[in-house]
Design a binder for this molecule. Structure first.
Ligand SMILES: Cc1ncc(COP(=O)(O)O)c(C=O)c1O
Ligand SMILES: *[C@@H]1O[C@H](CO)[C@@H](O)[C@H](O)[C@H]1NC(C)=O
Ligand SMILES: *[C@@H]1O[C@H](CO)[C@@H](O)[C@H](O)[C@H]1NC(C)=O
Length: 413
């Protein structure tokens, strides 16, 4: 007897916006098309870039007969988790010296966020509490809501972050919202190169944020997906996390090596845990091991080996920092050229924010109908909120993009 599928009632889910944009771009036959939506680095030829240091290490690993494909420990490759924590906290971090830091290898930054979220939901303050408020910035990387929501957190709130008329940080609003958050709330903070706004607090502003968070016993959960991309300098980009550590906070930091190593599809991430003492770290990691066991059981080795090898060899490390700087510098150059071109064209509005913003992304300030104009009329693909990936710009499409932005803002949109 033929019967209906057990899945007949499953509704078709909406496609993930960013991947939808890419497929629309691919299908567009227009020769002038530009994809400013991608979340990855591109060269000035518009191509993906395998970092030269990564190529080199990959070859060494391929020729290393001592390596095999046995399972790696559930918590990850120790050399990887340790060096990952060192790169964000600083090798000489007092927390590391005090032996109260631990890492857990995860599947990309997303996996680190998810593992941290799962742990917090089950154990934060000793209770399984899905009503603990989780605060994310407004706006934020859309998947923050997704990850914490999927973990079961039911009270995901936002704190003010972007001031649309100022085209910059809404520090006042941010501080007020943290001040009004219930004590012990979890606060998701972008360590640097805020996605999507490209706007970070200054050190002085971070100090104010930390002071409120300390007063209200708020838990900092940093998301570090772009270390090196903001300034081109790894230490500078880790300033906020290190400052919070220096202020005595216990914290989590989800680290992604997708962008700064260009290892997007290897899924390399680390959840760095800073706790009061070694005993806390031990117990936290033991619970995380149980959680990871039921999700992915064992993490993948290749990407973590590449990162660990690079971070632990002075010559390779120097080469990597140089590669990171190459990417960061190209972004800076595109920012400067886009701003200059927009101003030269007499595009209405001010464009200082293009060069003031940092990291891979820029919040252009284009409104949804202007974005629509860019996509439909100019075949330039970007997110509806006006976010562009600076790496989508190249020497050869920059003029076209700038002229199109001018058209979009002057055509009465
Ligand atoms: C703010 C932010 N956090 C986390 C991630 C996750 O990166 P991964 O690809 O390593 O999971 C991204 C990637 O776009 C991001 O922008
Ligand atoms: C929370 O729930 C998990 C399983 O859902 C359980 O293993 C854990 O013991 C619980 N934690 C507390 C503090 O009750
Ligand atoms: C769970 O969190 C909510 C919101 O912070 C709080 O009001 C409640 O008391 C917590 N429940 C437990 C059992 O701690």
């Amino acid at each position: 007897m033929a019967c209906a599928s057990s899945f007949a009632a499953v509704p078709l889910a909406a496609p993930v916006v960013i991947f939808r944009l890419t497929s629309d771009f691919k299908e567009d036959p227009n020769p002038n098309k530009v994809n400013l939506g991608v979340g990855a680095y591109r060269t000035d030829e518009g191509k993906p870039w395998v970092l030269p240091v990564v190529r080199k290490v990959e070859k060494c690993l391929a020729n290393n007969d001592g390596l095999n494909h046995e399972y790696v420990p559930i918590l990850g490759i120790p050399e990887f988790t340790q060096s990952a924590c060192e790169i964000i906290l600083g090798k000489d971090s007092p927390a590391i010296t005090d032996n109260r830091v631990g890492g857990v290898q995860c599947l990309g930054g997303t996996g680190a966020l998810r593992l941290g979220a799962e742990f917090l939901r089950s154990w934060y303050n000793g209770v399984n509490n899905s009503s603990t408020p989780v605060y994310v910035s407004a706006p934020t990387w859309a998947n923050h809501n997704g990850v914490f929501g999927a973990t079961g957190f039911t009270n995901i709130c936002s704190y003010r972050y972007w001031h649309a008329t100022k085209c910059g940080l809404d520090l006042q609003g941010l501080l007020e919202d943290l001040e009004n958050a219930p004590e012990f709330s979890i606060i998701v903070l972008h360590a640097c190169a805020h996605n999507p706004t490209g706007t970070d607090p200054t050190p002085e502003e971070w100090k104010k944020i930390a002071a409120v968070m300390k007063k209200k016993y708020l838990f900092p959960f940093f998301d570090s997906a772009y270390q090196g991309f903001a300034s081109g300098n790894l230490d500078k980009d880790a300033w906020a996390v290190r400052y919070f550590v220096s202020q005595g906070f216990e914290l989590f930091c989800a680290q992604s090596f997708s962008k700064n190593f260009g290892l997007y599809n290897e899924r390399v991430g680390n959840l760095c845990i800073v706790a009061k003492d070694n005993d806390n770290v031990k117990r936290i990691r033991s619970q995380m091991e149980k959680i990871a066991r039921t999700i992915w059981s064992n993490p993948p080795a290749q990407g973590a080996r590449i990162v660990a090898t690079t971070l632990n060899d002075p010559a390779l490390f120097a080469e990597w920092t140089d590669n990171v700087k190459t990417m960061a510098d190209r972004v800076l150059l595109m920012r400067a050229q886009l701003k200059e071109k927009l101003e030269k064209l007499g595009t209405p509005g001010t464009w200082n924010h293009i060069t003031q913003q940092i990291g891979m992304f820029s919040f252009t300030g284009l409104n949804p109908s202007q974005v629509d104009y860019m996509v439909k009329k100019k075949h330039i693909y970007l997110l509806g909120n006006g976010r562009i990936n600076m790496c989508g710009l190249t020497t050869s499409n920059l003029n076209y993009v700038a002229e199109s932005i001018k058209e979009a803002v002057t055509s009465g949109q």
